[in-house]
Write a protein that binds this ligand. Sequence first.
Ligand SMILES: N[C@@H](CCC(=O)N[C@@H](CS)C(=O)NCC(=O)O)C(=O)O
Length: 206
Amino acid sequence: MLTVHHLNQSRSKRVLWLLAELDMPYQRIDHQRDATTHLAPASLKAIHPLGKAPVIVDSGPDGEITLCESSTVMEYILDKDAEQRLRPEAGSKEYYQYMEWSHFAEGSLGLPVMCKLFMGMETRTGDQPMDGYIAKEVAVDFAYIESTLAQSEYFAGEYFTAADIMMTTMLEIAGSLGLLKGQEKTQAYVAKVQQRPAYQHAASMG
Ligand SMILES: N[C@@H](CCC(=O)N[C@@H](CS)C(=O)NCC(=O)O)C(=O)O
């Protein structure tokens, strides 16, 4: 049985959301962030050396496997779905768009968004040397996101895919930092996908 190590208010919501979309059985083990530092507890580090969520553990023909990095975890789970409902056909144009957005979420978008998050935790006062970089990268990223969402319903075309799950979580973090202001297509898109029953099921787990 697939085990999901879930950290409250974290990227592991992506995995719970995907599993709910696919109606795939799994067991969940909860880990709580430290109330003061907001960091993951030692119990997560006992499962994977990085101590970050999400982590899954599964047993297959080659024995037990423990995986982190949400994009990898998502691909692992999608490989198990015989109907391939949330991933376009390999080799198609939509497949490569799906791949691009799946990696864009933690790559081009994730880097400036997480820099802003971490700079916001900085208690020293004075110059914020990353501000210029963050503003420039965020502007480029959202120009691309807005133009994509002006042309298609979802990131990889007309159908909801796991790339939308990857992107939504990073867009939510961006939103919590005020970065969605004025990004009307993005705001409407996030509100739309948050209506999905599988999203709401995952969100209800904290
Ligand atoms: N790129 C990784 C990021 C993993 C990550 O940073 N997870 C955060 C939660 S969203 C975490 O576990 N933070 C707790 C900590 O660092 O102690 C992924 O996509 O899975």
